[in-house]
Design a protein around this ligand. Sequence first.
Ligand code: SF4
Ligand code: SF4
Length: 397
Amino acid sequence: MASKKNVVVQINPEIREALLEMGAVDAYKCYQCGKCASVCPWFQVGTYEFLVFRFPLETVLGLIASSEEKEELAKEVDKIYRCVGCEACVEQCPLGVKIPDILRSARRILVDFGSYPETLKSVVQKIRNVGNPLGEPRENRGDWAKDLNVNAYSSDMELLYFPCCVPAYDARIQKVAKSTALILQKSGISFGILGDKESCCGEAIRRAGAENVFTETARSNIKVFEEAGVRQVLVSSPHCYVTFKNEYPDLGARFESLHTTQYLWQLIDAGRIRPDKEFKKKVVYHDPCTLGRQSGIYEEPRNILKSIPGLELLEVEEFSRNLSVCCGAGSGGLWIDWPVGERMADIRIKQLVDTGAEVIVVACPYCLQMFEETVKSMNLDIPVMDVTEILCEALGE
Ligand code: SF4
Ligand code: SF4
C-alpha cells in the first residue's frame, strides 16, 4: 500500500501566498460546512467525485496545484478545470465564498506554468491571434450581417450590437445575431456593428486563468469602443454582458451593457414591437447561469415568451431560476470534451425534455451550442432555440 505523507509536511506557504495574491482571498471565510458540494452540478452528474468544499482549505494550506509528480499534477489540473463557474455554490454558501475565484487563482498559476488543458491553450492562442476562440479570420467577423443591410456603428446611433463570437461565426448560431438585427430593424432602433474591429469579450479565457490575454483583449475592445463613441452595447451573450458590466469598468470602460432579453422586453412592454404571429408550441426555458444566478435576469426572457400568442411556457419544477443546472459550457467548459457519462449537459437536457416540452429555449449562445450538440449526441428530436429566434418568428420576420 502506498504510504501517505502527513499533511503538515506538505503545507506550502509559497503556493498559498501566490493563490491569495491571484484572488483566492475568500478561502479564509470557509468553515467547511459542505453545502457547496451538494449544489454543485457535478453532484447531480454523480459519476465524478468533486469535493468542492475542500478547495478553500487546500488553498489555505497551499495544497492546490502543488503536486510535483506528473501524473498527480494531471489529475489536479483535471479537477481544477471541472468547475464551470455556474456559481450555484456561491449562491448557497452561508458566507458567499467564491469557489470559482479560488479555482481561478489556481488556474492562473497553471497558465503561468503552461500546465493547463491543450484545448484551452489553443482557445487562448486563437483569441490572441485573431480575436475569437474559433480561430476564424478576423475579417469575416461581420459576415453574418452581409445580407441584412446592417450599418457600421457610428456615434449618432442608439446602440452598438455586439453579437459574441459564437453567433458571429457559427453557421447555426448566426441565426441568433440575424434575428436580433431583424427585430431591431423592425422596431426602428438605430444600431450598428463594429465587425472586424471588435474582439472576443475574453470572459471564458479569464475564467480559464489566462489573465494577461484577457486584459490585452479587453483593453483593445475598450479602445475601439471609445474611439467609436459607444455608449450602450447590446449583447446576445450573458457572458459578454457580465464582463462588460462588471469587469471592463476596472480597466477604464465607460459604457452601458444590455442583454437582448432586457432590451427586447422593454421594446415589447413599450409597445414598440408586438409579437402577433402564433408560436403554438410547448416550450421550456432554461435559465443560463450567467444571466440568471449571476445577473438576476429571470423575468425578462419569460415575459418575452409569455407575450407570444399560442406559446405555452413550461418550467423544470425543481431546477428552475436560481436552481437551474448549468449546461457545462462556462469557464472554458464549452471546449473541454468531458468523458461520456460525466456530462452535466446530459443531465440538464433530460430535465428539460422530461417537462414534455416541444422546444428548449435558451438566452445564451454557449447554452445553445452545448444543448444543440448534446441533443444530437443523445439522439433526441427536439429543437433548441434562442429567445430572439422565437420572437423574430412571432414578429413575422
Ligand atoms: S458552503 Fe461555503 S462555508 Fe460551506 S464548505 Fe462550501 S465554501 Fe465553505
Ligand atoms: S461554480 Fe458551479 S461547477 Fe464550480 S464549484 Fe461552484 S457549483 Fe461547482
